[in-house]
Ligand binder design. Structure first.
Ligand SMILES: *Cc1c(COP(=O)(O)O)cnc(C)c1O
Length: 232
């Protein structure tokens, strides 16, 4: 078995165990393999080990990988998720090449993606990124501004609002790890009570996936523990 296959297995086992401990069905949690900065061969190895969903943060490096892998055996069913910060001049290519975008925190970017999503593709799956750590991080909409952004995105026909995403300030304290995830889950529950049909909580990375699963994650985004440390 390749090293990547082994590491994928061990991450899947961690998800499985955390789900069982939380009384959740492990199959309700999707593993997104974060392949940013990783060469195509690493992604190919993960693909051969059965991994189907990959997350990328930088459009320029993602596009050649998407093009190359789409034409490899099994590559046509790969699902690409954009998880990084989005500049306006990148929205057309993101709208054309990805199935999901997790990092929406502005209406302007959402409107551009909506306009540029090719109509021959299904609506682009969207998560709104929420800043659950207050001053510590800058990306993500504040919990206060979330309802207005959700309502505006819901009205865009080429976007399909699926749920919320967060990247908390890192901490090794398991109890502290859970707090921002719990907040994100509460925000989503609140939106659902207002009538939104949301089914996705994108939260948890290599360091804190157990905490995220305990608080209801449906997509965990794992890079380092699958592919090894990234080169800077
Ligand atoms: C890089 C990245 C990850 C993966 O982080 P690891 O700690 O390597 O697992 C997850 N989510 C986002 C948004 C990222 O940018």
């Amino acid at each position: 078995m390749s090293q990547i296959a082994e590491q994928l297995n061990s991450v899947r086992q961690r998800i499985h165990k955390a789900a069982r401990e939380a009384g959740r069905d492990p199959s309700s949690i999707q593993l997104l393999a974060v392949s940013k900065t990783q060469p195509q061969a690493q992604i190919q190895a993960a693909l051969e080990a059965g991994q189907q969903a990959f997350g990328e943060s930088y459009l320029q490096e993602a596009l050649p990988k998407i093009q190359a892998l789409t034409h490899r055996p099994g590559g046509d069913t790969v699902q690409w998720h954009f998880i990084g910060p989005i500049q306006s001049n990148k929205t057309a290519m993101i709208a054309g090449h990805f199935a999901w975008v997790h990092s929406i925190d502005s209406l302007k970017i959402a409107q551009r993606l909506n306009k540029q999503r090719p109509t021959y593709l299904p609506p682009l799956n969207i998560c709104i990124q929420v800043n659950t750590s207050g001053e510590v991080t800058k990306s993500g909409v504040s919990p206060e501004a979330l309802p207005e952004l959700a309502s505006a995105i819901q009205a865009l026909p080429q976007l399909y609002l699926r749920g919320l995403m967060t990247i908390p300030a890192p901490t090794h304290n398991p109890e502290a790890q859970r707090q921002p995830f719990r907040l994100l889950c509460q925000l989503e529950t609140h939106l659902c009570q207002q009538g939104y049909a949301l089914d996705t909580l994108s939260m948890g990375m290599s360091q804190d996936l157990e905490a995220a699963v305990a608080e209801g994650a449906t997509i965990v985004r794992v890079g380092t523990d699958i592919f090894g440390a990234r080169r800077p």
